[in-house]
Design a protein around this ligand. Structure first.
Ligand SMILES: [Mg+2]
Length: 118
């Protein structure tokens, strides 16, 4: 079973992502509300994929992505963006993110995108 960690400051978004992925048989091994929390969790777990929101308090997704890739260049990270964040998304892809999901999205889009990498 592939493992996923979800990082988003929106509890509603985390619930939606984890519910959708669990229903598809993925195991949610971590759930964090910002980049700092995510990095703390990553000291103890190595998920197969991380979904990483861009806009978050304390530590945003791009800063977190840089630190995650520095620690583990092979870590697969799927960005979650909002409309109007094209530059940040392109930056994230350059930094090694595998792909992105732009909000708002349907559960099917989550599944189809995650399936490409797991
Ligand atoms: Mg956010």
């Amino acid at each position: 079973m592939s493992t996923v960690m979800i990082v988003d400051d929106s509890r509603t978004m985390r619930k939606m992502l984890s519910g959708t992925l669990k229903a598809e048989g993925y195991e949610i091994v971590g759930d964090a509300g910002n980049g700092e929390e995510a990095l703390k969790l990553l000291e103890n777990i190595t998920p197969d994929l991380i979904t990483l929101d861009i806009t978050m308090p304390v530590m945003d997704g791009l800063t977190a992505l840089a630190k995650i890739k520095e620690k583990n260049p092979d870590q697969k990270v799927l960005m979650v963006s909002a409309a109007g964040q094209k530059d940040k998304v392109l930056n994230a892809l350059k930094m090694g993110a595998v792909d992105f999901l732009q909000k708002p999205f349907e559960p099917e889009a989550v599944i189809n995108t995650v399936r490409k990498f797991l």
